[in-house]
Design a binder for this molecule. Structure first.
Ligand code: HEM
Length: 412
Protein backbone atom coordinates (compact mmCIF):
# COMPACT_ATOMS: atom_id res chain seq x y z
CA UNK A 1 0.00 0.00 0.00
CA UNK A 2 2.31 2.72 -1.15
CA UNK A 3 0.63 5.85 0.08
CA UNK A 4 -0.36 4.54 3.52
CA UNK A 5 3.35 3.92 4.07
CA UNK A 6 4.91 7.26 4.92
CA UNK A 7 8.27 5.99 3.67
CA UNK A 8 6.89 5.39 0.19
CA UNK A 9 8.79 7.31 -2.47
CA UNK A 10 8.55 7.43 -6.24
CA UNK A 11 12.34 7.70 -6.09
CA UNK A 12 12.64 4.32 -4.33
CA UNK A 13 14.14 1.19 -5.87
CA UNK A 14 10.84 -0.65 -5.40
CA UNK A 15 9.00 1.92 -7.48
CA UNK A 16 11.73 1.92 -10.14
CA UNK A 17 11.56 -1.90 -10.37
CA UNK A 18 7.82 -1.88 -11.18
CA UNK A 19 5.98 1.45 -11.05
CA UNK A 20 2.79 -0.12 -12.42
CA UNK A 21 2.28 -1.91 -9.09
CA UNK A 22 1.84 1.46 -7.36
CA UNK A 23 -0.26 3.46 -9.80
CA UNK A 24 -3.73 2.43 -8.53
CA UNK A 25 -2.73 3.25 -4.93
CA UNK A 26 -1.38 6.62 -6.00
CA UNK A 27 -4.48 7.54 -8.02
CA UNK A 28 -6.82 6.47 -5.23
CA UNK A 29 -5.00 7.66 -2.12
CA UNK A 30 -2.31 10.17 -3.11
CA UNK A 31 -3.26 11.66 -6.49
CA UNK A 32 -1.05 14.67 -5.70
CA UNK A 33 2.01 13.14 -4.05
CA UNK A 34 4.63 15.50 -2.65
CA UNK A 35 8.17 14.12 -2.91
CA UNK A 36 10.18 15.99 -0.26
CA UNK A 37 13.61 14.82 -1.50
CA UNK A 38 13.18 16.86 -4.70
CA UNK A 39 10.36 19.14 -3.48
CA UNK A 40 8.12 18.16 -6.40
CA UNK A 41 4.53 16.96 -6.84
CA UNK A 42 3.62 13.77 -8.74
CA UNK A 43 0.16 13.65 -10.37
CA UNK A 44 -1.40 10.35 -11.36
CA UNK A 45 -5.06 10.92 -12.38
CA UNK A 46 -5.87 11.19 -16.08
CA UNK A 47 -7.99 14.35 -15.75
CA UNK A 48 -5.37 16.11 -13.57
CA UNK A 49 -2.51 15.22 -15.94
CA UNK A 50 -4.50 16.40 -18.96
CA UNK A 51 -5.26 19.64 -17.12
CA UNK A 52 -1.56 20.25 -16.37
CA UNK A 53 -0.58 19.60 -19.98
CA UNK A 54 -3.29 21.74 -21.55
CA UNK A 55 -3.61 24.70 -19.15
CA UNK A 56 -0.67 26.66 -20.53
CA UNK A 57 -1.36 29.72 -18.38
CA UNK A 58 -1.21 27.79 -15.12
CA UNK A 59 1.64 25.42 -16.06
CA UNK A 60 4.81 26.25 -18.00
CA UNK A 61 7.56 24.07 -19.44
CA UNK A 62 10.18 25.89 -17.33
CA UNK A 63 11.57 22.66 -15.74
CA UNK A 64 12.39 21.38 -19.23
CA UNK A 65 14.43 24.50 -19.78
CA UNK A 66 16.52 23.73 -16.71
CA UNK A 67 16.91 20.11 -17.82
CA UNK A 68 17.57 20.77 -21.49
CA UNK A 69 19.48 24.01 -21.79
CA UNK A 70 22.90 22.87 -20.47
CA UNK A 71 23.03 19.99 -22.98
CA UNK A 72 20.91 21.32 -25.85
CA UNK A 73 23.20 24.32 -26.35
CA UNK A 74 20.27 26.61 -27.15
CA UNK A 75 16.48 26.96 -27.11
CA UNK A 76 14.45 23.79 -27.79
CA UNK A 77 10.77 23.54 -28.78
CA UNK A 78 9.72 22.46 -25.31
CA UNK A 79 10.69 25.78 -23.78
CA UNK A 80 9.27 28.03 -26.53
CA UNK A 81 5.86 29.63 -26.44
CA UNK A 82 3.52 31.60 -28.73
CA UNK A 83 4.29 32.46 -32.34
CA UNK A 84 7.94 31.34 -32.16
CA UNK A 85 6.89 27.90 -30.94
CA UNK A 86 4.21 27.53 -33.64
CA UNK A 87 6.57 28.64 -36.44
CA UNK A 88 9.51 26.44 -35.43
CA UNK A 89 7.28 23.43 -34.77
CA UNK A 90 5.96 23.79 -38.32
CA UNK A 91 9.49 23.62 -39.73
CA UNK A 92 10.14 20.36 -37.88
CA UNK A 93 6.73 18.87 -38.75
CA UNK A 94 7.35 19.53 -42.46
CA UNK A 95 10.31 17.14 -42.37
CA UNK A 96 8.12 14.38 -41.04
CA UNK A 97 5.11 14.54 -43.32
CA UNK A 98 4.06 14.11 -46.97
CA UNK A 99 6.76 13.00 -49.40
CA UNK A 100 9.46 13.35 -46.74
CA UNK A 101 7.63 10.77 -44.64
CA UNK A 102 7.42 8.33 -47.56
CA UNK A 103 11.18 8.62 -48.17
CA UNK A 104 11.81 8.05 -44.50
CA UNK A 105 9.63 4.93 -44.44
CA UNK A 106 11.74 3.48 -47.29
CA UNK A 107 14.90 4.26 -45.32
CA UNK A 108 13.42 2.66 -42.17
CA UNK A 109 12.74 -0.54 -44.13
CA UNK A 110 16.25 -0.65 -45.61
CA UNK A 111 17.91 -0.03 -42.24
CA UNK A 112 15.77 -2.63 -40.47
CA UNK A 113 16.50 -5.22 -43.18
CA UNK A 114 20.25 -4.64 -42.88
CA UNK A 115 20.24 -4.94 -39.09
CA UNK A 116 18.00 -7.99 -39.06
CA UNK A 117 19.76 -9.99 -41.80
CA UNK A 118 22.48 -11.67 -39.66
CA UNK A 119 19.93 -12.88 -37.10
CA UNK A 120 17.38 -14.48 -39.42
CA UNK A 121 19.38 -17.68 -40.15
CA UNK A 122 20.14 -18.01 -36.42
CA UNK A 123 16.50 -17.93 -35.36
CA UNK A 124 17.18 -15.51 -32.49
CA UNK A 125 17.39 -11.76 -32.00
CA UNK A 126 17.38 -9.32 -29.09
CA UNK A 127 14.74 -6.87 -30.22
CA UNK A 128 16.14 -4.07 -28.07
CA UNK A 129 19.91 -4.34 -28.46
CA UNK A 130 20.24 -6.02 -31.88
CA UNK A 131 17.45 -4.18 -33.65
CA UNK A 132 15.37 -1.45 -31.96
CA UNK A 133 18.08 0.69 -30.40
CA UNK A 134 20.55 0.77 -33.33
CA UNK A 135 17.63 1.19 -35.73
CA UNK A 136 16.22 4.22 -33.89
CA UNK A 137 19.65 5.91 -34.03
CA UNK A 138 20.14 5.09 -37.75
CA UNK A 139 16.67 6.34 -38.66
CA UNK A 140 17.19 9.62 -36.82
CA UNK A 141 20.62 10.08 -38.44
CA UNK A 142 19.03 9.56 -41.85
CA UNK A 143 16.30 12.11 -41.12
CA UNK A 144 18.95 14.62 -40.09
CA UNK A 145 21.13 13.67 -43.08
CA UNK A 146 24.16 12.79 -40.91
CA UNK A 147 26.88 10.44 -42.16
CA UNK A 148 26.00 6.83 -41.28
CA UNK A 149 29.68 6.07 -40.68
CA UNK A 150 29.54 8.39 -37.65
CA UNK A 151 26.68 6.55 -36.02
CA UNK A 152 28.72 4.98 -33.18
CA UNK A 153 30.13 8.37 -32.26
CA UNK A 154 26.81 10.15 -32.50
CA UNK A 155 25.04 7.34 -30.59
CA UNK A 156 27.55 7.68 -27.73
CA UNK A 157 27.17 11.46 -27.48
CA UNK A 158 23.41 11.17 -27.83
CA UNK A 159 23.34 8.72 -24.89
CA UNK A 160 25.14 11.31 -22.71
CA UNK A 161 22.72 14.09 -23.67
CA UNK A 162 19.70 11.81 -23.13
CA UNK A 163 21.02 10.72 -19.71
CA UNK A 164 21.20 14.36 -18.60
CA UNK A 165 17.64 15.11 -19.62
CA UNK A 166 16.07 11.91 -18.32
CA UNK A 167 17.82 11.58 -14.94
CA UNK A 168 16.14 12.77 -11.77
CA UNK A 169 19.51 12.93 -9.97
CA UNK A 170 23.08 12.76 -11.39
CA UNK A 171 26.46 12.28 -9.70
CA UNK A 172 29.02 15.03 -10.46
CA UNK A 173 30.97 12.53 -12.63
CA UNK A 174 27.93 11.60 -14.72
CA UNK A 175 26.99 15.27 -15.02
CA UNK A 176 30.48 16.05 -16.36
CA UNK A 177 30.26 13.13 -18.78
CA UNK A 178 26.86 14.32 -20.07
CA UNK A 179 28.07 17.90 -20.55
CA UNK A 180 31.20 16.61 -22.38
CA UNK A 181 28.95 14.57 -24.70
CA UNK A 182 26.90 17.67 -25.50
CA UNK A 183 30.01 19.73 -26.23
CA UNK A 184 31.41 17.09 -28.56
CA UNK A 185 28.11 16.69 -30.36
CA UNK A 186 27.89 20.44 -30.86
CA UNK A 187 31.48 20.54 -32.19
CA UNK A 188 30.61 17.69 -34.59
CA UNK A 189 27.48 19.48 -35.83
CA UNK A 190 29.08 22.91 -36.36
CA UNK A 191 30.85 22.13 -39.68
CA UNK A 192 27.87 20.03 -40.84
CA UNK A 193 25.53 23.01 -40.38
CA UNK A 194 27.93 25.31 -42.22
CA UNK A 195 28.17 22.83 -45.08
CA UNK A 196 24.35 22.53 -45.31
CA UNK A 197 24.04 26.30 -45.46
CA UNK A 198 26.32 26.23 -48.54
CA UNK A 199 24.94 23.05 -50.12
CA UNK A 200 21.45 22.20 -48.84
CA UNK A 201 19.98 18.70 -49.29
CA UNK A 202 16.57 17.16 -48.48
CA UNK A 203 17.34 16.56 -44.83
CA UNK A 204 16.04 18.24 -41.68
CA UNK A 205 19.31 20.10 -40.98
CA UNK A 206 19.14 21.72 -44.44
CA UNK A 207 15.49 22.65 -43.86
CA UNK A 208 16.32 24.22 -40.53
CA UNK A 209 19.22 26.13 -42.12
CA UNK A 210 16.92 27.43 -44.87
CA UNK A 211 14.07 28.33 -42.53
CA UNK A 212 13.29 31.83 -41.33
CA UNK A 213 11.50 33.06 -38.25
CA UNK A 214 10.25 36.65 -38.35
CA UNK A 215 12.19 37.22 -41.59
CA UNK A 216 15.49 36.14 -40.02
CA UNK A 217 17.30 32.83 -40.66
CA UNK A 218 17.86 30.56 -37.65
CA UNK A 219 21.32 30.94 -36.12
CA UNK A 220 23.75 28.01 -35.86
CA UNK A 221 22.95 27.81 -32.17
CA UNK A 222 19.20 27.58 -32.84
CA UNK A 223 19.71 24.94 -35.53
CA UNK A 224 21.98 22.91 -33.20
CA UNK A 225 19.43 23.02 -30.39
CA UNK A 226 16.60 21.85 -32.66
CA UNK A 227 18.77 19.07 -34.11
CA UNK A 228 19.61 17.83 -30.61
CA UNK A 229 15.94 18.20 -29.68
CA UNK A 230 14.89 15.87 -32.50
CA UNK A 231 17.82 13.50 -31.93
CA UNK A 232 16.87 12.90 -28.31
CA UNK A 233 13.09 13.12 -28.69
CA UNK A 234 12.94 10.77 -31.69
CA UNK A 235 15.43 8.14 -30.60
CA UNK A 236 14.64 7.47 -26.93
CA UNK A 237 10.99 6.37 -27.08
CA UNK A 238 10.80 4.72 -30.53
CA UNK A 239 12.94 1.63 -29.82
CA UNK A 240 11.19 1.10 -26.50
CA UNK A 241 7.76 1.12 -28.16
CA UNK A 242 8.80 -1.47 -30.75
CA UNK A 243 10.11 -3.88 -28.08
CA UNK A 244 7.07 -3.32 -25.82
CA UNK A 245 4.72 -3.97 -28.75
CA UNK A 246 6.30 -7.37 -29.41
CA UNK A 247 6.44 -8.25 -25.71
CA UNK A 248 2.70 -7.57 -25.30
CA UNK A 249 1.78 -9.43 -28.50
CA UNK A 250 3.88 -12.48 -27.54
CA UNK A 251 2.31 -12.43 -24.05
CA UNK A 252 -1.16 -12.33 -25.65
CA UNK A 253 -0.96 -15.00 -28.39
CA UNK A 254 -4.57 -14.53 -29.50
CA UNK A 255 -3.86 -10.83 -30.22
CA UNK A 256 -0.61 -11.74 -32.00
CA UNK A 257 -2.59 -14.15 -34.18
CA UNK A 258 -5.19 -11.44 -34.89
CA UNK A 259 -2.51 -8.97 -36.02
CA UNK A 260 -0.89 -11.63 -38.21
CA UNK A 261 -4.25 -12.35 -39.84
CA UNK A 262 -5.13 -8.69 -40.22
CA UNK A 263 -2.06 -6.40 -40.38
CA UNK A 264 -4.39 -3.37 -40.44
CA UNK A 265 -4.76 -4.00 -36.68
CA UNK A 266 -1.10 -3.02 -36.14
CA UNK A 267 -1.98 0.65 -35.62
CA UNK A 268 -4.36 -0.34 -32.80
CA UNK A 269 -1.71 -2.64 -31.30
CA UNK A 270 0.83 0.20 -31.30
CA UNK A 271 -1.68 2.64 -29.81
CA UNK A 272 -2.60 0.15 -27.08
CA UNK A 273 1.11 -0.43 -26.36
CA UNK A 274 1.55 3.34 -25.93
CA UNK A 275 -1.45 3.51 -23.61
CA UNK A 276 -0.55 0.42 -21.56
CA UNK A 277 3.20 1.05 -21.25
CA UNK A 278 4.05 4.60 -22.38
CA UNK A 279 7.81 4.91 -22.97
CA UNK A 280 7.81 8.53 -21.75
CA UNK A 281 6.66 8.09 -18.15
CA UNK A 282 7.24 11.57 -16.74
CA UNK A 283 6.45 15.03 -18.11
CA UNK A 284 7.55 17.94 -15.90
CA UNK A 285 5.90 21.36 -15.64
CA UNK A 286 6.07 24.35 -13.28
CA UNK A 287 2.96 25.73 -11.60
CA UNK A 288 2.75 29.44 -12.43
CA UNK A 289 0.00 30.02 -9.85
CA UNK A 290 -1.51 28.15 -6.90
CA UNK A 291 -3.57 25.28 -8.33
CA UNK A 292 -5.88 22.95 -6.39
CA UNK A 293 -6.20 19.26 -7.34
CA UNK A 294 -8.35 16.81 -5.43
CA UNK A 295 -8.19 18.95 -2.29
CA UNK A 296 -4.42 19.55 -2.40
CA UNK A 297 -2.97 22.89 -3.43
CA UNK A 298 0.15 22.88 -5.55
CA UNK A 299 1.84 26.21 -4.79
CA UNK A 300 2.98 28.62 -7.49
CA UNK A 301 6.60 27.91 -8.44
CA UNK A 302 6.41 24.18 -7.61
CA UNK A 303 7.59 21.52 -10.04
CA UNK A 304 4.89 19.06 -11.05
CA UNK A 305 5.61 15.67 -12.65
CA UNK A 306 2.82 14.06 -14.70
CA UNK A 307 2.87 10.28 -14.24
CA UNK A 308 1.83 9.26 -17.75
CA UNK A 309 1.78 5.52 -17.03
CA UNK A 310 -0.62 6.08 -14.11
CA UNK A 311 -2.87 8.46 -16.07
CA UNK A 312 -3.10 6.00 -18.98
CA UNK A 313 -4.36 3.32 -16.59
CA UNK A 314 -6.95 5.46 -14.86
CA UNK A 315 -10.28 3.56 -14.85
CA UNK A 316 -12.05 6.91 -15.33
CA UNK A 317 -10.40 7.14 -18.77
CA UNK A 318 -10.20 3.48 -19.86
CA UNK A 319 -12.26 0.43 -18.89
CA UNK A 320 -10.25 -2.48 -17.40
CA UNK A 321 -7.12 -0.31 -17.70
CA UNK A 322 -4.64 -2.96 -16.54
CA UNK A 323 -5.57 -5.26 -19.43
CA UNK A 324 -3.71 -5.08 -22.76
CA UNK A 325 -6.47 -5.19 -25.37
CA UNK A 326 -5.89 -3.86 -28.86
CA UNK A 327 -9.62 -4.27 -29.55
CA UNK A 328 -10.69 -1.98 -26.67
CA UNK A 329 -13.50 0.30 -27.85
CA UNK A 330 -12.32 3.26 -25.76
CA UNK A 331 -8.89 3.40 -27.44
CA UNK A 332 -9.77 5.02 -30.77
CA UNK A 333 -6.75 3.77 -32.74
CA UNK A 334 -7.14 6.30 -35.56
CA UNK A 335 -7.09 9.33 -33.25
CA UNK A 336 -4.38 7.83 -31.00
CA UNK A 337 -1.64 9.51 -33.04
CA UNK A 338 -3.36 12.90 -33.20
CA UNK A 339 -4.19 15.78 -30.88
CA UNK A 340 -7.50 14.01 -30.12
CA UNK A 341 -5.82 10.97 -28.52
CA UNK A 342 -7.39 9.78 -25.28
CA UNK A 343 -4.12 8.23 -24.05
CA UNK A 344 -1.40 10.67 -22.98
CA UNK A 345 1.72 8.86 -24.26
CA UNK A 346 2.46 11.73 -26.67
CA UNK A 347 1.55 14.36 -24.07
CA UNK A 348 -1.27 16.83 -24.83
CA UNK A 349 -1.72 20.49 -25.64
CA UNK A 350 0.71 22.77 -27.43
CA UNK A 351 3.78 20.67 -26.73
CA UNK A 352 2.26 17.36 -27.77
CA UNK A 353 4.78 15.23 -29.68
CA UNK A 354 5.55 16.52 -33.20
CA UNK A 355 6.79 13.08 -34.22
CA UNK A 356 3.66 11.02 -33.46
CA UNK A 357 2.77 10.33 -37.11
CA UNK A 358 6.38 9.54 -37.93
CA UNK A 359 6.71 7.26 -34.87
CA UNK A 360 3.58 5.39 -35.99
CA UNK A 361 4.92 4.98 -39.54
CA UNK A 362 8.34 3.87 -38.27
CA UNK A 363 7.05 1.27 -35.81
CA UNK A 364 4.31 0.04 -38.15
CA UNK A 365 6.82 -0.44 -40.97
CA UNK A 366 9.25 -2.46 -38.86
CA UNK A 367 6.53 -4.50 -37.15
CA UNK A 368 4.87 -5.35 -40.50
CA UNK A 369 8.25 -6.52 -41.76
CA UNK A 370 9.02 -8.58 -38.64
CA UNK A 371 5.67 -10.38 -38.24
CA UNK A 372 5.95 -12.71 -41.28
CA UNK A 373 9.67 -13.27 -40.68
CA UNK A 374 9.43 -14.18 -36.99
CA UNK A 375 7.46 -17.42 -37.32
CA UNK A 376 6.73 -19.17 -33.98
CA UNK A 377 8.20 -16.17 -32.16
CA UNK A 378 8.64 -16.64 -28.40
CA UNK A 379 10.69 -15.34 -25.48
CA UNK A 380 14.15 -17.01 -25.29
CA UNK A 381 13.98 -19.63 -22.54
CA UNK A 382 15.76 -18.82 -19.27
CA UNK A 383 15.69 -15.04 -19.69
CA UNK A 384 14.24 -12.72 -17.04
CA UNK A 385 12.28 -9.75 -18.34
CA UNK A 386 13.44 -6.45 -16.83
CA UNK A 387 12.60 -2.80 -17.53
CA UNK A 388 14.58 0.25 -16.54
CA UNK A 389 14.07 4.00 -16.42
CA UNK A 390 11.93 6.35 -14.39
CA UNK A 391 11.69 9.16 -16.93
CA UNK A 392 11.69 7.11 -20.10
CA UNK A 393 11.10 3.41 -19.51
CA UNK A 394 11.47 0.25 -21.56
CA UNK A 395 12.86 -3.29 -21.60
CA UNK A 396 16.59 -3.67 -20.90
CA UNK A 397 16.60 -6.49 -23.47
CA UNK A 398 14.04 -8.63 -25.32
CA UNK A 399 15.73 -11.86 -26.45
CA UNK A 400 13.43 -13.75 -28.81
CA UNK A 401 13.56 -17.06 -30.64
CA UNK A 402 11.79 -17.98 -33.86
CA UNK A 403 11.96 -20.46 -36.73
CA UNK A 404 15.29 -19.79 -38.49
CA UNK A 405 15.05 -18.29 -41.98
CA UNK A 406 17.93 -20.09 -43.80
CA UNK A 407 18.10 -17.81 -46.85
CA UNK A 408 17.73 -14.62 -44.84
CA UNK A 409 15.45 -11.86 -46.17
CA UNK A 410 13.61 -12.48 -49.41
CA UNK A 411 14.37 -9.74 -51.99
CA UNK A 412 11.89 -6.85 -51.66
C1 HEM B 1 6.64 6.38 -29.77
C2 HEM B 1 7.44 7.37 -29.95
C3 HEM B 1 7.34 8.72 -29.23
C4 HEM B 1 6.76 9.03 -28.02
C5 HEM B 1 6.04 8.12 -27.06
C6 HEM B 1 6.96 10.46 -27.82
C7 HEM B 1 6.52 11.17 -26.72
C8 HEM B 1 6.59 12.54 -26.59
C9 HEM B 1 6.02 13.30 -25.50
C10 HEM B 1 5.31 12.70 -24.29
C11 HEM B 1 6.22 14.62 -25.75
C12 HEM B 1 5.69 15.80 -24.95
C13 HEM B 1 6.70 16.36 -23.97
C14 HEM B 1 6.11 17.53 -23.20
O1 HEM B 1 4.91 17.83 -23.24
O2 HEM B 1 6.88 18.18 -22.50
C15 HEM B 1 6.98 14.70 -26.98
C16 HEM B 1 7.43 15.87 -27.55
C17 HEM B 1 8.24 15.93 -28.66
N1 HEM B 1 8.56 14.88 -29.49
FE1 HEM B 1 8.02 12.95 -29.25
N2 HEM B 1 7.65 10.96 -28.90
C18 HEM B 1 7.90 9.94 -29.78
C19 HEM B 1 8.54 10.02 -31.00
C20 HEM B 1 9.07 11.17 -31.52
C21 HEM B 1 9.73 11.26 -32.80
C22 HEM B 1 9.92 10.10 -33.77
C23 HEM B 1 10.13 12.55 -32.94
C24 HEM B 1 10.88 13.16 -34.10
C25 HEM B 1 10.33 13.63 -35.07
C26 HEM B 1 9.70 13.29 -31.77
C27 HEM B 1 9.92 14.63 -31.55
C28 HEM B 1 9.39 15.35 -30.49
C29 HEM B 1 9.63 16.79 -30.29
C30 HEM B 1 10.51 17.69 -31.15
C31 HEM B 1 8.89 17.16 -29.13
C32 HEM B 1 8.77 18.55 -28.51
C33 HEM B 1 7.51 19.22 -29.04
C34 HEM B 1 7.23 20.58 -28.44
O3 HEM B 1 7.69 20.88 -27.33
O4 HEM B 1 6.51 21.34 -29.08
N3 HEM B 1 9.05 12.41 -30.92
N4 HEM B 1 7.16 13.43 -27.48
Amino acid sequence: MPTADTRFSVLSEDFAADPYRYFAGLRERAPVLHEPAIDSYFLSRHRDVRRVLTDHAAFSTAPLQVRAEPVMRGPVLAQMTGAEHTAKRKIVVRSFSGRALQDQVRAVRANAAELLAPFLPLGRVDLVNDLGRPLAVRVTLDVLGLDRRDRELVAGWHAGVAEFITSITLTPERRRHCLDSAEQLEAYLRPVIQERRRRPGDDLISQLCGAEYDGVALTDREVTALVLNVLVAATEPADKTLALLFKHLIDHPEQLAAVRREPALLAAAIAETLRYTPPVQLIPRRAEQDVAFAGTTVPAGATVFCLIGAANRDPEAFAAPDTFDLHRPDLGAARSFTAAAQHLAFGAGLHQCVGAAFAKAEIETVAAMLLPLLDQVRHSPGTRYRESGLYTRGPVALPLEFTPVPGGLPPS
